[in-house]
Ligand binder design. Structure first.
Ligand code: ZN
Length: 201
């Protein structure tokens, strides 16, 4: 299991040393650490936290935490397509340097929520390749911890047909707007538009 720990100003420093006897310790953010331990070691972890003034934030199963190897797993499973990867959310082409691998159902939700979406998608591990998608930094940041519509977009974005239909719809909307504009212009020019807007007495 994973145990998330927060150090505070009162904490004794160096959680790496404090938890060195456990499976792994890694820093996950400013003042945040993730300890990997066996389930029966939780009491021991709690004791260390009390003694050293660490705050135990949450515990969650390992399949709900970010793995160390999800990126490699994705790249292995989906070899680079001809022309490079495309962002699943905006279809922009991504250079290898800009390629981000997004957890479609966000890790934060997986470890804090009830896992409803994961169950719905039939996925047990948040790092399952079915839960990973290529993304650009902009979409990845915009998406953040959101699920809902973003999950739908990730599923649809996988299909080339979705992007073709989307582009066709966009073109149709632009065409309709242009035609409406042209009609309005003709009405104004012939004086019809003005009299209908400002009827003369
Ligand atoms: Zn994007």
């Amino acid at each position: 299991m994973y145990i998330e720990i927060l150090t505070t100003s009162r904490s004794r420093k160096d959680p790496y040393r404090a938890f060195r006897r456990f499976l792994s310790v890694r820093r996950t953010g400013k003042n945040m650490y993730r300890v990997q331990a066996e389930e029966q070691q939780l009491r021991k972890v709690r004791r260390i936290c009390r003694r050293r003034h660490y705050e135990l934030v949450r515990t969650y199963p390992e399949n709900r935490g970010r793995s160390d190897s999800y990126r490699q797993a994705f790249l292995r499973h989906y070899p680079r397509p001809f022309g490079g990867y495309r962002c699943r959310y905006c279809h922009r082409r991504l250079s290898d340097r800009k390629l981000m691998i997004d957890h479609i159902y966000p890790v934060y939700r997986a470890k804090t929520g009830n896992g409803f979406w994961l169950r719905l998608l039939g996925i047990d591990d948040v790092n399952d390749i079915r839960n990973l998608a290529p993304a650009c930094r902009r979409c990845n940041t915009k998406k953040g911890r959101s699920a809902g519509i973003w999950i739908l977009r990730a599923i649809l974005g996988k299909y080339e047909l979705y992007w073709i239909v989307r582009r066709l719809l966009q073109a149709a909307i632009i065409l309709a707007l242009l035609l409406a504009g042209q009609r309005l212009l003709l009405m104004v020019q012939s004086g019809q538009g003005l009299t209908s807007i400002f009827p003369m007495q």
